[in-house]
Write a protein that binds this ligand. Sequence first.
Ligand SMILES: [Zn+2]
Length: 84
Amino acid sequence: MNEAKVSKETMETALKKAPSRPRTGKSRVWHYFEETAEMKAKKCNLCGNIIMASGGNTSNMRSHLKHKHPEALEDCDTYVPEEV
Ligand SMILES: [Zn+2]
């Protein structure tokens, strides 16, 4: 009966593999868009296209990056904010 021991080790390994990433406020996605006069409309800094994104919802913006600027989306997903 050493199931408990095995599961504990598995958990510790999993924890080491997944370092906690600090989440500081706004998503990195915002770095690539700017506000416009229209509340819901965000302008892509890379191509100037207008993306509709209501509130803090970044899914449309992420979708735009994914299709038009995959390297920018990769930057968003790998970016780790520096500690201040
Ligand atoms: Zn764009």
